[in-house]
Design a protein around this ligand. Structure first.
Ligand SMILES: C[S@@+](CC[C@H](N)C(=O)[O-])C[C@H]1O[C@@H](n2cnc3c(N)ncnc32)[C@H](O)[C@@H]1O
Length: 267
């Protein structure tokens, strides 16, 4: 008996009202759907000006699929990877709040994000595939990919190194990591001297943040991907637009493009 495919069966989502858009997206036939982040004019910088033509690409933390559809338009075969409502977001388990209540809320949110992926996929007439699971157990059955994208996800996971290890085990050539960049003076000084420190964000006094764990500066990321055999690195700095309801801010970001220099995928 053959084992079930790891690729999710495409879903038919009846109404766009069942969707949550994390990215502002122009959905064919449905106009512009506002989201928290508007990457429409800056997606080239966000992805480090990488050329995806002819590549097989894994987009980890695909959300509503904005990055998937962009990369597919560049001529890539794309597989999105994200949680489903059967999986758990790594919420910070502060003893000071009702953690179980937040898990329930986050599952509803994930369901609406998955809906946005399927709804947009159909509207874009995309062939992007979606695989569900946590970032720690990316299935080898996906097969090898040329490039893996970690767009604004590693700050949200409890163990970013295991997350990288899980994806890079099937990645032949390139990993792209996009993370926010802190611009306070101490972060700037530490960055200048290249110190590979990482900051633990949860603060029990503020009971916040509940969905983010780490500030991961470029020097840490270079060490992590280097440890996994990706030592040919290039950094790209940019800003991205965040905001809703007419209030917007530009947030500093970095993108690390790292090419494999050692080892090979395990599949
Ligand atoms: C902040 S969004 C980033 C969306 C997009 N990649 C980007 O760069 O704009 C983080 C995404 O990662 C997913 N995610 C968070 N924790 C995850 C985990 N432990 N395993 C798999 N996906 C996760 C979330 O569901 C969400 O879609």
């Amino acid at each position: 008996m053959s084992s079930p495919s790891v690729f999710a069966t495409p879903q038919s989502v009846a109404s766009i009202d069942e969707c949550f858009f994390y990215h502002t997206m122009e959905v064919p036939g449905h106009g512009v759907r506002p989201g928290q982040w508007d990457l429409r004019n800056t997606i080239g910088d966000y992805l480090g000006r990488m050329n995806f033509k002819g590549k097989r690409v894994l987009d980890i933390g695909a959300a509503d699929g904005f990055l998937c559809f962009h990369v597919e338009r560049q001529g890539a075969e794309v597989i999105g990877y994200d949680l489903s409502d059967r999986d758990m977001w790594d919420l910070v388990p502060f003893a000071q709040y009702d953690y179980t209540q937040s898990i329930a809320v986050s599952k509803g949110h994930i369901k609406q994000l998955n809906n946005a992926f399927w709804f947009s996929r159909r509207a874009f007439e995309s062939n992007a595939q979606l695989v569900h699971g946590t970032v720690y157990n990316i299935p080898r059955e996906i097969g090898t990919v040329d490039a893996a994208i970690f767009g604004s996800i590693l700050l949200h996971v409890r163990d970013p190194f295991v997350a990288l290890q899980s994806a890079l085990a099937i990645t032949k050539e390139t990993v792209i990591v996009v993370e926010p960049l802190r611009n306070d003076w101490i972060s700037r000084v530490l960055r200048k001297i290249g110190l590979p420190y990482m900051l633990f964000l949860p603060d029990a006094n503020r009971v916040a943040p509940k969905d983010s764990w780490w500030y991961l500066p470029p020097a840490v990321m270079i060490r992590m991907v280097g440890t996994l055999g990706f030592q040919d690195t290039r950094l790209h700095y940019h800003t991205q637009q965040y905001g809703e309801w007419g209030k917007f801010a530009r947030v500093p970001y970095y993108t690390l493009i790292a090419h494999r220099t050692h080892g090979k995928p395990v599949v």
